[in-house]
Design a binder for this molecule. Structure first.
Ligand SMILES: [Zn+2]
Length: 585
């Protein structure tokens, strides 16, 4: 199964997708009662419903993490954001169908995230429909086929609580912006239709007889747009505003989000003085005054966090110090749209620091710190040995100093990775942190990691590749070759020098990989005089990459051919391996 191995190594298909294996049992833990009541109120906001915001504008809430919005014109309707899967989109479409039978004239994607784009084929089964998006949305959709998939999958599963029980002691109440993330369910099918009507700054058009303006509005993503319906005073802001403090940094791991650009994008929306604000997560609000006030508070909160972080940075504060001093002023902290149920000020401050200055906090002591083993040994020595350290960690739990307890327990696990006692202390600390959290991302992350430490949950990839074909089939074949270098096992290639060409005759494309002593250089075109050439149709290669085709049979049947020595072929394929999940502490 060498080819399968390389295949899995060289691809990363879409964001997290694993079977939530719910724990059989877990330590009884009650949510803090105040948190519990607030969570129930929040979950109530995500109850499944399609309702009319204003004449001819319908918002579907609660069918997945994101909303889908239908705008009705004279002859047809158009859909803004199409859910994250065929299944959730079909449910929404059925509800929309009860309102009107008018045909669907167009789709609009506010941005590239999977929960907004993967259900398109449910709305337009033949795929022949105008799809509006920003010029760069296709590029970012391709990036979902990402070399970081293993780690993003793991962190997303924790953050969205897809392994938590509902209901149950370690329960998943909601994901902060909606009831659950449907793209994490391996039974869900992707039905992507690529954007085919794109623009760079602004597009004024008429869709189904409705005057429609699309405006590029970088913020939560670089390709974000908002939709303005001037005749109806309706603004659809995508993900640049929702009823939660904005996710200026996402703990699943993201590139730096340009927070000032985000605030300025909201200023473009304020200038329009909308009467209705219909976001792609959480419910709409109406009333010119209320919408303006909400947009203003939102952009002010973003700018406040940015500016005060910069001010602190210039005073020489480190991220750990900055999070203690950058706090929203009361009028913003209390605003209903700025509650920290999804994004968090603290994470945002760290994100801004990192975006401007990178990882080094400026203190020489942090420049080349003691390695984790030395630090753990040092802590144990200060505590009078491992037993003393364990007692201190347990005492910290008892005294409700959970962050400190988790830190001490991390050192204990470092000293003895098999210690169930140390892992239990850390699990107890993380669970206690989780149950105090109204923030969905933090709560789900803490509770999931506690279960992992107890050995009750193991996050695995249960992707059903065939469910992703509609997406994978549209990713340029070269990206799969380009993804190979980051999976090179450099130790095995330390003394190798080998040039391999790839030919995909059906699309008339060729690529190369030059293995050069620990580095695999990707070549954008077919190389001259390769040592080995692999030839296959792009569809065949995709199926191999997905594991849908047996590689031995593919070579035996001639669907995949090679020129060169069989020994070289095997040797080459052995150099690549899927990223191994590193045991974590
Ligand atoms: Zn979203």
């Amino acid at each position: 199964m060498l080819l399968r191995t390389i295949a899995l190594a060289s691809t990363c298909l879409f964001l997290a997708c694993q079977q939530p294996q719910k724990p059989e049992e877990s330590a009884p833990v009650e949510l803090d009662s105040e948190v519990s009541a607030a969570l129930e109120r929040l979950s109530e906001e995500f109850r499944r419903e399609v309702y009319e915001v204003t004449d001819g504008v319908y918002q579907a809430v609660g069918f997945g993490i994101a909303n889908s919005i239908m705008v009705e014109g004279d002859e047809c309707v158009f859909i803004v954001d199409v859910m994250g899967s065929m299944e959730s989109a079909a449910e929404v479409k059925a509800e929309f169908g009860k309102i009107t039978q008018k045909p669907i004239g167009a789709l609009i994607y506010t941005h590239n995230h999977a929960d907004h784009v993967m259900g398109g084929l449910a709305f337009a089964p033949d795929g022949k429909v105008d799809v509006y998006a920003h010029d760069t949305t296709n590029y970012y959709i391709n990036r979902m086929a990402n070399v970081l998939r293993p780690v993003l999958r793991r962190r997303s599963a924790r953050m969205f609580g897809s392994y938590l029980r509902t209901p149950g002691p370690d329960r998943m109440d909601n994901v902060g912006l909606g009831p659950f993330v449907e793209t994490l369910d391996p039974d869900m099918t992707l039905g992507l239709i690529r954007p085919n009507k794109t623009f760079s700054d602004q597009l004024e058009t008429e869709i189904c007889g409705v005057k429609t303006e699309l405006v590029h509005a970088p913020g939560e993503t670089n390709d974000q747009l908002f939709v303005w319906l001037p005749e109806r005073g309706v603004l659809l802001p995508g993900d640049n505003i929702y009823k939660a403090f904005p996710n200026l940094y996402s703990i699943r791991g993201t590139l730096y989000r340009d927070v000032l650009a985000w605030a300025y994008s909201i200023d473009k929306m304020r200038a329009l003085r909308p009467t209705h604000l219909v976001p792609s997560h959480t419910r709409a609000i109406s009333g010119e005054k209320q919408v303006y006030e909400t947009l203003t508070a939102y952009r002010d909160a973003i700018q406040f966090v940015h500016d005060q972080t910069i001010r602190g940075i210039n005073q020489g504060l480190t991220p750990d110090e900055l999070v203690e001093v950058v706090k929203l002023p009361p009028h913003l902290a209390e605003h209903p749209f700025l509650q920290e149920v999804y994004g968090k000020v603290e994470w945002s401050v760290r994100g801004v620091f990192n975006g401007y200055l990178g990882w080094f906090d400026g203190d020489g002591a942090a420049l080349e710190p003691a390695n984790p083993d030395r630090r753990a040994e040092g802590m144990a020595s200060l505590a009078g040995g491992e037993e003393g350290l364990a007692r201190a960690a347990r005492r910290a739990v008892d005294q409700e100093q959970y962050e400190w307890a988790a830190e001490l327990a991390t050192h204990l696990i470092r000293l003895d990775p098999s210690s169930a006692k140390a892992k239990q202390i850390k699990a107890d600390a993380l669970r206690a942190l989780g149950r105090r959290q109204l923030n969905a991302n933090a709560r789900n992350y803490y509770l999931t990691q506690a279960l992992e430490l107890e050995g009750k949950v193991e996050i695995r990839d249960h992707t059903r590749p065939e469910n992703a074909l509609s997406f994978v089939a549209t990713v340029p074949i070269g990206r799969f070759v380009a993804a190979m270098p980051a999976n090179l096992i450099y130790e095995k290639s330390a003394n190798k020098d080998m040039l391999v060409g790839f030919r995909f005759p059906d699309v008339d494309e060729g690529y190369g990989i030059h293995i050069r002593r620990g580095v695999a250089e990707f070549k954008e075109s077919f190389p001259k005089n390769p040592d080995l050439t692999i030839t296959a149709d792009s569809a065949v290669w995709r199926e191999l990459v997905l594991g849908l085709r047996n590689p031995v049979k593919a070579f035996a049947s001639g669907d995949v051919r090679f020129d060169g020595s069989a020994l070289d072929l095997v040797g080459f394929l052995r150099l690549f391996k899927p990223a191994v999940d590193r045991p974590w502490h």
